[in-house]
Write a protein that binds this ligand. Structure first.
Ligand SMILES: [Zn+2]
Length: 271
């Protein structure tokens, strides 16, 4: 049976996740709100687990159920944090005759990876452009593209390309990613077309990426605070921030200083 607290938190979650589904312009704000509320929900679930363990004992089935719900919540929070990170990356402006491939490099848990070298390879395998990922895992590489209306690749590329016939598809681009130690950790199998005047978003997930030194606290998210507290929080891993009773959670800083635990977590997560 669900406690009244749980039901109330779930109702809030539903409303917020519906808000996320609306337009792109409010997508980021919606995701950040959902992320904050999911943190509040996790706090409520942790208290519920403790209450059940106290009442029925650590080995009771109800405690296992509460733990499964906590695990689900943790997965949803990780996913929301990743979506917030992706939504924060703005599409670049692209001129005619140019094409931009931009996006993020992330680890298997969709946490941003910095200092990865991203190369855009032309159809001939030569490097057409390169960038290094920032702290948020972002990169953007601008390359030449046929102007709109043109369908054939430039003669130089056509000659170098092994299998492209005259008037074939526009030149493509493949991404290759090298770790800070220079080791190639990803290379696209298929090319995507360079469409003049457009940008294409790519999220490169490195299954093998991220050594132990990269395992660490999450980067900050949209701020929240407790109406009863003297500080605000912005790190999804903050224990204090996650244990605010959900009826006291508010968005924003509330004009309060940043919590010390969050400050430390943000510093640890920073480049
Ligand atoms: Zn905090």
């Amino acid at each position: 049976m669900k406690s009244r607290d749980e039901i109330r938190v779930e109702g809030l979650q539903e409303r917020l996740l519906r808000a996320v589904a609306r337009t792109d312009s409010i997508r980021l704000a919606g995701l950040e709100r959902a992320s904050v509320l999911e943190q509040a929900k996790a706090g409520a679930l942790r208290r519920e687990r403790a209450r059940l363990a106290e009442k029925h004992g650590e080995n009771d089935a109800s405690v296992r159920v509460a733990e499964r719900r906590l695990a689900t919540s943790a997965r949803l929070r990780a996913e929301l944090t990743a979506e917030v990170g992706a939504a924060r990356i703005q599409p670049p402006k692209v001129g005619a005759g140019r094409f931009v491939v931009y996006g993020r490099v992330v680890d298997s848990r969709r946490r941003p990876l910095r200092d990865e070298t991203v190369e855009a390879l032309g159809d001939d395998g030569a490097v057409a452009g390169t960038d290094r990922t920032a702290a948020d895992g972002s990169f953007a590489i601008e390359v030449d593209a046929p102007r709109s209306g043109a369908t054939a690749p430039p003669a130089s590329e056509r000659l170098k390309s092994a299998d492209a016939g005259a008037g074939a598809a526009p030149p493509g681009v493949r991404l290759r990613v090298a770790a800070p130690d220079g080791k190639v950790v990803h290379e696209d199998v298929s090319a995507q077309p360079r469409v003049s005047g457009t940008a294409a978003y790519r999220e490169v997930v490195l299954r093998t990426g991220g050594g132990p030194e990269r395992e660490g606290p999450s980067p900050p998210v949209g701020p929240w605070h407790s109406v009863r507290g003297s500080v605000y929080h912005n790190n999804p891993d903050c224990g204090t921030g996650n244990n605010i009773e959900e009826e006291n959670v508010r968005e924003g800083t509330g004009g309060k200083p940043l919590c010390r635990e969050c400050t430390g977590l943000n510093r640890a997560a920073a480049p």
